[in-house]
Every structure is written in C-alpha cells, then in structure tokens.
Design a protein around this ligand. Structure first.
Ligand code: NAI
Length: 331
C-alpha cells in the first residue's frame, strides 16, 4: 500500500482528480490517498492557499499528485507552485512529451523528455533598477545545481531505457555561466558511458524541434531555456490538455499537469483529465509500479484510439464519461 498526498487544487482540479483517482483505483493498485485541499477554496478559512498541513503531508508521504491551483492576482499570495518547489527543494522539472494516439499534431514520433533545472539561472530573482532607464537581472549558474540536474537527466535516461542526453545552452555567448553548465554536463557524462551525449545551442534546438523533433531523446537545460523549450515541446504533442509534468527533488516528488485551473470550464464536466492521468502514470513508474503504469497507459491509448474522449480532443464525452471509458479498457 502506497501513501500518496493528493492535492485536488481548485477550478477544474477536483473534477480531474476524481477521474484520475477512480481510474487508478479501478486498476487494482492499492493507494492510500491523503487528500489535501488547497488554493482559492481554502483561503477564506485558513488564510493561505498553501496551508502548512499540505507540506507536512508531502514531507510524510514523500510523493504527491497535484491538480492545478489558481494564483490569485493582486491578493498578495505567492504562487502555490513556486512555494512548493522552494520549500521542498524540487530541483528537477521533468516534462515527458510523447505523441498520443488520435491527438492530431504536425509531427508523429515525438518522444522527448525535457529535464529543466528548477532553482537558479535568471529565476533566482536577483534584479535591480540601475537607474530610471536601466534594469539588471543576474543569471546564477552553480556547479552544484548543474551537477545534480545533469545527474538526474542521465539517471532518468538509464532507468527509462533512453539512449541519449543532449545538453542545451548558449555557451558560445555566455561563456562563464552556460559554459559552467556545459562543462559540468561533460564531467557528469563520463560516469554514464552507456548513454550517448550531444551538445546543441538553444536557438538551433528550437529550429530543429519545429522541423525534425523525432531526432531528440532526453534534453537537459538550465531554468530559462527549459521553461521555454518545455512549452514548445508540449505544443508539439497537442498542447495543454495532454502535457504532463513533475517536480522532483532528492527527498520529495510532486507530479502535476502543465495546465492551469481553467476557471472558464470549471464545474462543467468538460475538463480533459489526460494530462493529470499521464502525470500519475509517470508517478507510478517513479514509485516502481511499472506494471500498473503500463496497464493504465494502455487503457488510455485504447480509449484515445477509439475517439471516445473529451471535446478538446475532438470527442463528445465529458470528464466522467471519458474516465469510465478508460476504466472499461483496463485489462
Ligand atoms: P489554463 O491552463 O488554466 O487555461 C488555458 C486554456 O486551456 C483555457 O481555455 C482552459 O479552458 C484550457 N484548458 C486548460 N486545461 C484544460 C484541460 N485539462 N481540459 C480542457 N481544457 C483545458 O491557463 P490560465 O487560464 O492562464 O490559468 C488559470 C489559472 O491557473 C491561473 O490562476 C494560473 O495562475 C493557474 N495556473 C496554475 C498552474 C498549476 O497549478 N501548476 C499552472 C498554470 C497556471
């Protein structure tokens, strides 16, 4: 029995969570879901969208599945997502991007895993106003953070049957900062002779991704390039409804879809649960439940092939009915 924190979020969060939990429970895998409400719905009662009980629960269970949470604009609350990453030191952002059956895109055979460093680079937030007409933002790259993210990428490749880890930088221009990331990658790569290496500049990568994306396997990038490239790759496989993600650290891991809380379709049984389900499938692989992960993945693929899916993917079903179809295909 696994103990997993379930943050059901707000907006469409509770609907897609119900669907995904129902599918996983129907697969036969025993999970003790530790439900933790978060976001807009708890602010009034608890004074914050991320009460301490949520962090306590993740610290206890180590693993969380998280639905999206609204970041209230102009109310002074920090983003729940950013806080979680900081508090739990979730230094790796993992974004597998793979074509799904019947989801129409420009390319077939996309199967890329983007590994983004989550803690430094221009996101360190060190900025200053030099004078009225000049602002400065400082890019921090350290050996420690570069080393652990490169190791993470190579370990992921090794444990998931991947062949290559390609490092993405602009080290020809930012010779010191991106240069350190690249140098560290080369050093780490020496410990993984089974995995092929490749180096590419981020501008060339973007052009190649929109021309021949099937040539890429695992990508490892500093924070800013990783942010941009992971959304580009999500676009390659069909966009928000199908883009999964995870934020992983040494001790804890939080699996969550890329999309937000979609307030425009909240409570209408229209939301596509696929991105959260794919995140959950990745979570099952992470905790070693490969056979259940594959069983649920196959059921999802069968259902998508049949075209019996949500409206955003060209089907006619609601969230609940789509989940029921997936459950029917579990075998
Ligand atoms: P969004 O991703 O919530 O919605 C953008 C568009 O995509 C909307 O038209 C929405 O209906 C559609 N969409 C998104 N997910 C869908 C799904 N599963 N099925 C069908 N359609 C879907 O982005 P938006 O509107 O910019 O953000 C809304 C809120 O979500 C904001 O408060 C934002 O801060 C928060 N957010 C939270 C994230 C998280 O918790 N990880 C990530 C991104 C945004």
């Amino acid at each position: 029995m696994h103990n997993i924190t379930l943050i059901n979020g707000d907006g469409i969060g509770p609907e897609i969570c119900d669907a995904v939990v129902k599918i996983i429970d129907a697969s036969g895998l025993k999970i003790n879901w530790d439900l933790q409400t978060a976001g807009e719905d708890v602010i009034e009662k608890e004074g914050t969208p991320l009460p301490k009980r949520i962090l306590d629960s993740i610290r206890k269970n180590k693993i969380a599945l998280k639905a999206p949470v609204t970041t209230p604009i102009g109310k002074g609350f920090r983003s729940v997502n950013v806080q979680l990453r900081k508090e739990l030191d979730l230094y790796a952002n993992l974004r597998p991007c793979k074509n799904l059956p019947n989801v129409k895109t420009r390319f077939d055979n996309v199967d890329i895993v983007v590994v983004r460093e989550n803690t430094e680079d221009l996101y360190a937030g060190i900025e200053r106003q030099v004078d009225e007409d000049t602002a400065e933002s400082i890019k921090i790259i350290t050996r420690k953070a570069s080393e652990r993210i490169c190791k993470f990428a190579f370990d992921y490749a090794l444990n998931n049957g991947r062949k290559e880890v390609c490092v993405v930088t602009k080290a020809n221009i930012m010779k010191l900062s991106d240069g350190l990331f690249l140098k560290t990658y080369r050093e780490v790569a020496e410990d993984y002779p089974q995995i092929n290496t490749r180096e590419i500049l981020v501008d060339n990568l973007c052009m190649q991704l929109v021309q021949k994306p099937e040539q890429f396997d695992v990508l490892v990038l500093p924070n800013l390039y990783g942010d941009i490239v992971s959304d580009l790759c999500a676009g390659l496989i069909g966009g928000l409804g199908v883009a999964q993600g995870a934020n992983i650290g040494k001790d804890f891991a939080v699996f969550e879809p890329v999309h937000g809380s979609a307030p425009d379709i909240k409570g209408q049984n229209k939301a596509n649960p696929t991105a959260l389900l794919l995140s959950a499938i990745e979570m099952l692989k992470y905790i070693g439940e490969f056979s259940y992960a594959v069983k649920i993945e196959n059921a999802l693929y069968e259902t998508l092939k049949s075209g019996r899916c949500t409206v955003d993917l060209g089907g006619k079903l609601g969230t609940k009915e789509f989940a029921d179809e997936i459950i029917k295909n579990l075998n």
